[in-house]
Write a protein that binds this ligand. Structure first.
Ligand code: P6P
Length: 335
């Protein structure tokens, strides 16, 4: 659905039609989209820009940081800190929150992001992306702390991602459905290419890292065995499998054609609820999926209802086509 509607026009129309987007939030989303354009340029340079490979440092998750992880993080911080729309930012790449420096005006929003998700794919030229989530700073006390960020996913006021693949595509929700914008590099604008995305309620395509099968809990093992049993099995249909190892790419495929994505708890580290992070991966992706008619749980409860206890908290993720997510969740014991 190519159109002449730019992201700016879409946001203004949303603001007029639904009052959904106060001007400060519109400014924030515009700045984030400009940051994604800059990140896309750096990603696309690859070896030519000396941006590949490791930064020889680790993030708060204990993961080796890629040069582009740090570049993307710096782009988002520098673009957003001065505008007056934010109180603070939080990132997968930073141990603690980043309050807006006192030299700049303070705003009412909190921005959380995984600046470059799927980093293991950077050096092999496979799609990666930026994931972001926007919360409002709680009223009251001046200053901002980690505690201000610890809000359930239902409190998000905007969420989205930008996938750096064959196209650079920004996917966004402000609570009025899901819209998709493709970067027109000649104009330098994100152009509306799809809105009101809907995920089919059924699917024959699952996404999971099968190499972890021996570590899964029984309900997930049961479901994947049923998928593998095909039309002769209890699900009565054959399944295809995809695993990009970039959540942005797997979720984008599911938004475009349906599917179920699973990164479940496994017994390698029983104390860890899952690999993916709640605040800046699972929550924004879960809201997008629900806004497109899909479902997202941790196997036992709706992800968006989870009350976070820590900024970098992890969570098990099962999301996508509603009927399949409900099936797998039904195999788990209720809380
Ligand atoms: P694995 C990328 O590092 C990420 O956080 C998600 O984007 C992706 O879905 C997952 O980890 C891949 O994990 O264990 O398959 O490499």
């Amino acid at each position: 659905m190519p159109s002449n509607t730019t992201l700016t026009q879409y946001l203004i129309e949303q603001q007029r039609a639904n009052g959904q987007i106060p001007s400060q939030l519109r400014l924030l989303l515009e700045v984030v989209s400009r940051s994604c354009k800059s990140i896309s340029l750096a990603v696309n340079k690859g070896a030519l820009g000396n941006v590949l490979g490791s930064a020889n440092s680790e993030n708060v998750q204990g993961e080796v940081q890629k040069k582009l992880d740090i570049i993307a993080n710096d782009v988002l911080i520098e673009a957003n800190e001065w505008g007056g729309h934010l109180a603070a930012m939080a990132s997968e790449e930073m141990d603690s929150i980043y309050p807006v420096p006192n030299r700049y005006p303070q705003g009412e929003y909190l921005l959380l992001f995984d600046p470059l998700d799927g980093s293991s794919n950077i050096d092999v030229n496979v799609s990666i992306g930026t994931i972001f989530s926007v919360l409002k700073k709680p009223e009251g006390l001046s200053g901002v702390t980690d505690t201000d960020f610890l809000q359930a996913g239902t409190r998000q006021v905007a969420a989205g991602y930008c996938i750096y693949g064959p196209q650079t595509t920004l996917v966004l929700t402000v609570g009025a459905g899901v819209a998709m914008f493709t970067l027109d590099r000649e104009q330098g604008s994100f152009m509306l290419t799809q809105e009101h995305l809907r995920i089919p309620e059924d699917t024959q395509e699952f996404a999971i890292n099968m190499s972890n099968m021996r570590h899964w809990d029984a309900p997930v093992r049961r479901y994947i065995d049923e998928c593998l049993a095909g039309k002769e099995g209890p699900l009565g249909k054959d399944f295809n499998m995809r695993w990009v190892a970039s959540m942005v790419a797997d979720v984008h495929r599911i938004l475009m054609r349906g599917g179920i994505f699973l990164y479940p708890w496994d017994k390698r580290d029983p104390a860890k609820p899952g690999k993916l992070r709640l605040m800046y991966e699972a929550n924004p992706m879960s809201w997008l999926v629900e806004q497109a008619g899909g479902s997202a749980t941790n196997g036992r409860q709706r992800i968006l209802d989870i009350q976070p206890a820590r900024l970098h908290e992890r969570v098990a993720v099962i999301l996508g086509s509603r009927n399949e997510v409900e099936r797998v969740t039904g195999y788990h014991d209720p809380i």
